[in-house]
Design a protein around this ligand. Structure first.
Ligand code: HEC
Ligand code: HEC
Length: 348
């Protein structure tokens, strides 16, 4: 009698310990010779890898070199990483991005974090795949300013180290399709999870302090943030007009230019809030300097305009509640991307 009771206690302890550590580890995503231990909170079954672009260690390594290489730009001054810099949560911490020669673009550079989980890229969702997105910046006159994709292919092909790497990874000369595949494969490895919030959700009651916990309750309740920033990546992947920039004379119309719908005027994609503390200033035009400013913006009910989302209303938060909400947003700082840094040397 005594013996069997003891056995069952041991078994229970074992199961508890076993399940706790499985939670802390997060899920694993696999493709070819590559696998990634996703940080806690990210679902492996939502990690999108196109059938014609499986991951491989060598491909990711090549993509990373390209991503950080300033030679992709016309005058060797600007890489993808200059606007989407790992040191700044894969953004540039500027209100709007600056291309070759310092020419300002019209929008703020969004983060590259957790892009593997979605098919809506850009503030207006005009790109569905990461592969497709990778060539836009090359020829954009306010970004890398190249005359054509062919010019980039020619430039890369003339670098012996790249010619050899494309041969090794894809079995071909340098070409634009494989450039796309390599850069997108690297971008997919930029993930973020295992924040205090994820550990709290996984059952660790102590992961959030009282202020952060209250912030979470507000986020999901009174402040109504969850109506748009929902799911594991804090985005409904939808487009909403919350009034940003709408008081300008000729406001950026955002999604309506893509969808052709009047309703979408001034609507932009709901961005992820993961690692939001690293990516100031905020919004598609960089108009909000701090998280405190953002919360105040929502508290006032955004900016009134004819297309304002019905989900945006005055919130009536106390100053203490606003502080707690900001504390919660900071508890979304995660890991997975923090160990990614520029390569030490580039192909010659
Ligand atoms: C001059 C700064 C600049 C450079 C250089 C640049 N980008 Fe961007 N990137 C931006 C801006 C600004 C946007 C948002 C544009 C928009 O939505 O209209 C953006 C959007 C993106 C997005 C969409 C992210 C999201 O959340 O929807 C991805 C992915 C991306 N860039 C990858 C790259 C890659 C890969 C390169 C290099 C080939 C690159 N960018 C070069 C500024 C830059
Ligand atoms: C109606 C949908 C909706 C609701 C509700 C909402 N958001 Fe947003 N959020 C968005 C959209 C869309 C943007 C981008 C707007 C733009 O740039 O024009 C955004 C942007 C943000 C940003 C800036 C992100 C960045 O990368 O620049 C933060 C921070 C943010 N929201 C936090 C919150 C908080 C906190 C709440 C609750 C008080 C909230 N949001 C409620 C849709 C929403």
């Amino acid at each position: 009698m005594k013996k069997s009771a003891l056995l069952s206690v041991v078994a229970t302890v074992f199961i508890l310990v076993g399940s706790a550590s499985a939670h802390e580890k997060g899920e694993v995503v696999k493709s070819g010779d590559w696998h990634l231990h996703l940080p806690l909170g990210l679902p492996a079954d939502k990690f999108l890898i196109p059938q014609d672009n499986p991951m491989s260690k060598e491909k990711i390594e090549l993509g990373k070199l390209l991503y950080f290489d300033k030679r992709l730009s016309i005058d060797d001054t600007l890489s993808c990483a200059d606007c989407h810099d790992p040191k700044h949560g894969f953004t540039d911490n500027k209100p709007v991005s600056e291309g070759v020669g310092g020419t300002k673009g019209g929008r703020s550079a969004p983060t590259i974090i957790n892009r593997a989980f979605t098919t809506t890229q850009m503030w207006d969702g005009r790109k569905a795949s990461l592969e497709d997105q990778t060539t836009g910046p090359l020829t954009n006159p306010v970004e890398m300013k190249q005359p054509s994709d062919e010019a980039v292919v020619k430039k890369l092909a003339a670098i012996k180290g790249y010619a050899a790497k494309f041969k090794k990874v894809f079995g071909k000369e340098v070409n634009i399709e494989d450039y796309r595949k390599a850069v997108a494969a690297f971008e997919r490895t930029v993930v973020s999870g295992n924040s205090k919030y994820d550990r709290f959700k996984a059952g660790n009651q102590k992961a959030l302090n009282a202020s952060e916990k209250n912030g979470l309750d507000l986020f999901e309740g009174k402040a109504r943030c969850l109506s748009c920033h929902n799911g594991f990546n804090f985005s409904d992947e939808g487009y909403h007009n919350i009034g940003v920039g709408m008081s300008a004379e000729n406001p950026d119309v955002g999604r309506s230019k893509i969808s052709g719908k009047e309703d979408d005027k001034g609507a932009f994609k709901t961005p992820t809030l993961r690692d939001i503390s690293a990516t100031a200033p905020y919004m598609h035009d960089g108009s909000e300097k701090t998280l405190e400013d953002v919360v105040e913006f929502y508290d006032k009910g955004g900016v009134a305009n004819p297309s304002l989302s019905p989900l945006i209303e005055k919130l009536g938060l106390t100053s203490g509640e606003q502080k707690d909400l900001v504390a919660f947003l900071k508890a979304l700082d995660g890991e997975g991307w923090r160990n990614i840094s520029a390569p030490k040397s580039f192909p010659k």
